[in-house]
Design a protein. Structure first.
Ligand SMILES: *Cc1c(COP(=O)(O)O)cnc(C)c1O
Length: 430
C-alpha cells in the first residue's frame, strides 16, 4: 500500500519557493536518493512521525546528536527550566564551566575548551589556532572526511598523489584551496611522504579518527598511530575532528578507544543534546593562545548559550551512567549482523562497517577503506533500498555516504522490525 504523502508533497512545493532547494542543509533534499522528502512533525524516542501521520524508526537521529533519542525526558525538562530563566545573556554562567569541565574530564587530550555554535565553527577556529601556534599556513585533510563548510576545507585533491587542493565549491578562491593539501584516508605512506616533503610548511593535519561522512570508514591498523608519530616529528598540530565520534563510540570519543592523544579536538553534535553547539579544545599550551588569554581572535554572541549548555549537560550526564555504551553496542551489533544476514540472503553484494553505535552498509563489491572505494558503491541501488525501507517505516539517511546511528531509545523490538524490513526491501531490489 502506498504511504500517504499529500501534506509532505504540498509543503515540499512551498519550501522550494522560499528556500534554495527547499532546505536549510543540502542532504535533507533527498538528492542522493531522489523523491520527495518527508516533512517531520514530531519525534519521541527512536521514532519520528511525518506530517501525514506516518511513523518511522529513525536511524538519522538528527545526523548524530540524538544519542538519547528524540525528546528525551531529562533534556526536555531541563531545557524548559533553563528557558524560563532566560535564553541568552552574553554574560558568563556557571553552567558553561560545568559543561567545559565535563568535556575535559571525558576527552583524554582536552585540557581546555571553548564552546561555539556549530561544528563548522569549531573546526574553522581550531585551524586558525593551529596556524597561529605553528606560524605555518598549510592544512592537510583527507579525502572523504568532512569538517564542515569553512572555505579552506571545501577542497579536493588536485592531480598527483600529494598535491595542493582545488575547490569543491564555487565561491572558494583557488588561493584558499591552495593552502589545503588533500591526501587519501588510511594511507600511511602518503601522509609520511607529504610531511617529509612539506613538513616545515604544514600547520596541522586534521582527520576524522573514524570517518563518518563517506559512510563509516574505520582507520586501518596503525593509521592514527602513524599520524601521531609524524606530526610530532615535524612539529605539526594533530587535530581529531570528533564531532561525530565524540561521546558516540565511547564516552571519551575515538581517542579514548584508540588511545591516541591529538593536540586539538573538535566536538559538536552530541555535546549539544540536540541544540546548536560546537567546541574545540586541547592542550592548555595551545588553547591559551585564544583571545582574550592570547592573541588569536574568535568570538560568538550566542556561544555557551544557556539552553544548549543545559541540553549538553543533560546528555552527558545520561551517557556517563554505567552500561550505556554496552547497551548501544549491543543494539547496534544486532542491527549490523541482521543487515549482513539480510544482504547475504538476498545475494546483494555489500560491505558492512560498524564501530559502536555508528554503522554503514555499503552497496559495494569490495571493502571500503577510503573515498575512492566509497565512490565505487552502487548509489542507485542504495536509493532503491532507502525508499523500500521508508515504505516499511524505517528512516535511513537519504544518502549512501552517511552513517546509521543507533540511539539509547532503540529497543530490540525496533531492531528486529528494522531487520525484517531490510530482508524484504533487499529482496525487492535484487
Ligand atoms: C557534522 C560534522 C561537522 C560539521 O558540524 P556542523 O555542526 O554541521 O557545522 C564537522 N565535522 C564532522 C566530522 C561532522 O560530522
Amino acid at each position: 500500500m502506498a504511504r500517504k504523502m499529500t501534506k509532505s508533497r504540498r509543503l515540499w512545493k512551498q519550501a522550494q519557493r522560499y528556500m534554495p532547494g527547499g532546505v536549510n542543509s543540502p542532504v535533507r533534499a533527498f538528492k542522493g536518493v531522489s523523491g520527495t522528502p518527508i516533512f517531520v512533525e514530531r519525534g519521541k524516542g527512536c521514532k519520528i512521525w511525518d506530517v501525514d501521520g506516518n511513523e518511522y524508526i529513525d536511524y538519522v537521529c538528527s545526523w548524530g546528536p540524538l544519542i538519547l533519542g528524540h525528546a528525551h525526558r531529562e533534556i526536555v525538562s531541563r531545557v524548559k527550566k533553563a528557558a524560563e530563566k532566560g535564553t541568552s545573556f552574553g554574560i558568563p554562567t556557571e553552567r558553561e564551566s560545568e559543561l567545559a569541565r565535563a568535556i575535559i574530564r571525558a576527552v583524554p587530550s582536552v585540557e581546555m575548551v571553548r564552546l561555539v555554535n556549530s561544528g563548522t565553527e569549531a573546526v574553522m577556529s581550531a585551524i586558525r589556532l593551529a596556524r597561529a601556534f605553528t606560524n605555518r599556513s598549510i592544512v592537510v585533510k583527507f579525502e572523504g572526511c568532512y569538517h564542515g563548510h569553512a572555505d579552506g576545507l571545501l577542497v579536493k585533491a588536485g592531480s598527483g598523489a600529494t598535491t595542493l587542493g582545488v575547490p569543491t565549491s564555487p565561491g572558494v578562491p583557488p588561493e584558499y584551496a591552495a593552502c589545503t593539501m588533500t591526501l587519501p584516508y588510511n594511507n600511511i605512506d602518503a601522509a609520511a611522504a607529504a610531511c617529509s616533503d612539506h613538513g616545515s610548511r604544514i600547520a596541522c593535519i586534521i582527520a576524522e579518527p573514524i570517518a563518518g561522512n563517506m559512510g563509516v570508514v574505520p582507520p586501518v591498523n596503525g593509521f592514527l598511530e602513524s599520524l601521531r608519530e609524524i606530526t610530532e616529528k615535524h612539529g605539526i598540530v594533530l587535530i581529531f575532528d570528533e564531532i561525530i565520534t565524540g561521546f558516540r563510540v565511547a564516552y571519551g570519543g575515538a581517542q579514548s578507544l584508540f588511545k591516541i592523544r591529538p593536540d586539538l579536538t573538535t566536538l559538536g553534535k552530541i555535546i549539544g543534546g540536540g541544540l546548536p553547539v560546537g567546541a574545540y579544545g586541547g592542550k592548555a599550551e595551545i588553547m591559551e593562545k585564544m583571545a582574550p588569554a592570547g592573541p588569536v581572535y574568535q568570538a560568538g554572541t550566542l556561544s555557551g548559550n544557556p539552553l544548549a549548555v543545559e541540553a549538553g549537560l543533560a546528555a552527558l550526564e545520561v551517557l556517563s551512567r554505567p552500561g550505556v555504551y554496552k547497551k548501544l553496542d549491543k543494539m547496534a551489533s544486532l542491527l549490523g549482523e541482521g543487515l549482513i544476514r539480510a544482504a547475504r540472503m538476498a545475494g546483494i553484494p555489500s560491505y558492512h562497517t560498524r564501530i559502536g553505535s555508528m554503522l554503514c552498509m555499503f552497496f559495494s563489491e569490495g571493502p571500503v577503506n577510503n573515498y575512492d572505494d566509497a565512490l565505487k558503491c552502487n548509489t542507485q541501488r542504495y536509493g532503491k533500498f532507502f525508499h523500500e525501507m521508508l515504505r516499511r517505516g524505517v528512516y535511513l539517511a537519504p544518502s549512501q555516504f552517511e552513517a546509521a546511528f543507533v540511539s539509547l531509545a532503540h529497543t530490540e523490538k525496533d531492531i528486529e522490525k528494522t531487520v525484517r524490513a531490510a530482508e524484504q526491501s533487499l529482496l525487492e531490489i535484487v
